[in-house]
Design a protein around this ligand. Sequence first.
Ligand SMILES: [Zn+2]
Ligand SMILES: [Zn+2]
Length: 159
Amino acid sequence: MWSDGIDGVWELKTLDVHGHALPPARIVRHASRSDDVFVVLGSDAVRVNGVPLDLGIHVLRDRDELRVGSTRAFFSAESLAAIEPFPGSEGPTLCPRCKLEVEAGKAAVRCPKCRVWHHQCPEEPDELGCWLYSEKCAADCGQPTALDAGFRWTPEDEL
Ligand SMILES: [Zn+2]
Ligand SMILES: [Zn+2]
């Protein structure tokens, strides 16, 4: 869902509700290699899980409900599994499937749930690749590996 920004840079996101931005609220994303942090900025007209944004800032957690007047939106920290070049890491990153190092620039999949990187090289046609090898994430977090699995949670579950 989100593409990786440059390390440690705050990036402004427009909060879209059915194609319309929620006017008094803004979402800012802090991207890093380990975790993304999303913060909502706004006036006390903005409610997060029913509580007014008194301090003008709130660090978003998965499934937070945002409300401005009668407009409602949900924040989901979930992202979809996608094959992308491994951006690299400070220490060696070991693939949980084959226990070998994932090299920077090689095609890989980061598990959307536990965020562990797995090999997924298209230039190995005789292999399924470490991510797609099994139906579930090799790090045992339970995440299905199908690339078209879709989001596991949608706000409709709550309505
Ligand atoms: Zn591997
Ligand atoms: Zn996982």
